[in-house]
Design a protein around this ligand. Sequence first.
Ligand code: 2AL
Length: 174
Amino acid sequence: MDMKKVNSLDFTEFVSVFRNVVERCPLVAAAVWSHRPFSGLEDLENHFFAFIDALPKSGQEGILRCHPDLAGRDVLMGRLSEESRREQSHAGLTSLKTHDRLRLLHLNQEYRKRFGFPFVVAALLSDRATVFQELARRLHCQPESELRTALDEVKKIIHLRLIDLLDSHYFGVE
Ligand SMILES: NC(=O)NC1=NC(=O)NC1=O
């Protein structure tokens, strides 16, 4: 993980590389660039986390709303980002049988009706059964605690996407 390379990126290069670390929210990468140089992965990701933690509730809900539903319309229409497609396919969510896909669609609709944002889970750390279990469980949580749970899942996604990027050919491996 070559942090010298990360710290040498100008603003445009940095945002081009890290723009989708937070799904469909390039602003976060644009803001994090100001905090360079970064001492390592943890320092870099802590600046992504700090930006999200400092947002007003409306902004935090906005971050969640930028995440495509699991096995949702974006999957069917082929509109997922590369990262999201890889994550959802890893959890077996891009090839659900119709019955399961409709059950997930219904649960997602119930969840979004209750909380006002989509159910978010770090799909790379999950699988089909766990997604259904977690969605059914979290559907009954209190809104305040569920917002924190959902943001924690976003942070896991950020962590995994940063590891993937920093270990990619772009940065080489020290
Ligand atoms: N609603 C979601 O949880 N979406 C996602 N989780 C991931 O890990 N990738 C996604 O697109």
